[in-house]
Design a protein. Sequence first.
Lengths: 303, 239
Amino acid sequence: MKPKINLKPHMHEELPLHKEGANVFLKIMTAVSVFVFTLMFSAFLVLDGVAQNWREGMDNTLTVQMMPSEEALPKKEEDARRQKVLAFFENLDSVESVRLIPDEEMQKLMSPWLGAKADLSVLPLPALLDVKLKAEASPDFEAMAAELAETAPYATFDNHRLWLGRLVKFASVLRLLALIVLLMVLTVSALSIFYAVCTSLGVHREIISILHIMGAKDNYIAAQYARRSFDIGFGAGLVGMLLGVSGILGISRVASVLNTALLGNLSLDTLDWFFIATLPLWSALLSMITAWLSVKRTLRKMV
Amino acid sequence: MPLQREISGEPIVDMLHVGLHYDDGPEIMTDINLSLENGSFHFLTGKSGAGKTSLLSLMYLALKPTAGTVTVFGQNVAFADRDEMALMRRRIGVVFQEFRLLEHLSAYDNVAVPLRIRGMGEKEIKRRVGELLRWVDLEKSRDKICNTLSGGEKQRVAIARAVINRPEILLADEPTGSVDDDIGGRIMKLFIELNRLGTTVVIATHSQDLITQYPYPRIHLENKMLKIFPAVRRKFDEA
């Protein structure tokens, strides 16, 4: 009779690891971990892009708006009010240049709401000043606002840096949270593999003892666990990654209606997608290395 | 590996003032001194619980002594690291009384285990295992999973697994206990042949027939102590 041909390498594995009940737990745990990892990693990358976008928006500018007087003033007086504010900013040490936004530019800014041919002169729109601060300047905006309110109570300014800075900080906190979740997923996965391996070594203690007596080195036994863990890590990792990608695509569809001017580009680039596609491999490698080290560590305690 | 090993008078297993106890339990052996010459053949006797299995365990390096020194292949086992112990164990074949087969594997795969551990190629494994299974009359059962084999078949698988590596030391615990006289005779013939080729053999047995039938000295364990009796020659000479 011809010997049985082993089509699968584990068919004659001395340790029956592919039949273990814990495999189902490991597969589900790995798939969920890779799923969460995929989403969190994408969130990390997107938040990084959004924060970068906001950081770039933190240029050294202020937009000052001067509300028109409630009663109609002659043009000369209106100009004087504007000049007063213009002079206020020009006299500040931290200011590099001040520019009154001309009517044509205002027309362009308002065109999305009022149409390209609207007559802005009949509307009580505020006049705008574009103030450029010196690169190294870090003025006290609150004191500046108080002084402006005293000089020209009809003028106010938006400090871009202040609220963009808060947004960047917020994005950074979210990014840090995503990073913590990623680390937690990795730690929990590694611990689950470690305890599953320890349990399995206990279950197969007799077989391991026989293999040792036959002359097996710890590496021989560890290799069987590493192979099993690689298979589970890759298979379940693939499922988790595909679910994660489906999740990303779903979230992208919802996010596409958001204000991209505010949030910037919410999509992942080719390199990001490439890394996500390789996650099953990373999952397999992590599982394999964890199993290998766990077996080696545990077997050292045996004779 | 040479077919015929050089037999020297050097001890292949040397035990000096060896004591053994499990955890906080009582001593199983006290001040055991034993020197097995390379190429020797011994029976190991003693009542149940006398420590035969423990003495064999010390020889196949599953246990380390709690007192004294055990030297195997010239190396003090107390100073051998895990990998060195594994390499030494590969030179030792063991037949357990309760067989200790890998029950989920076939007879073929069980016998192949020591060769796979050594990293031998499947082609050579197929040749060697096939040959040995034919010899122990298990060719027809080669693909049977071990938990479906009879006691006698399991014993023959265990013996085939122990000798497949052509060990330098062969330790067998009641190797003919579960087989009929014909197979028992063939197994003893195999052990004697291995011994002629240089393998040091120790057979633990309760069988008085075996001891009187074959002309080998006897290590006897009693009251935690060890005595060596010379060979009983009568039946062997008649044979």
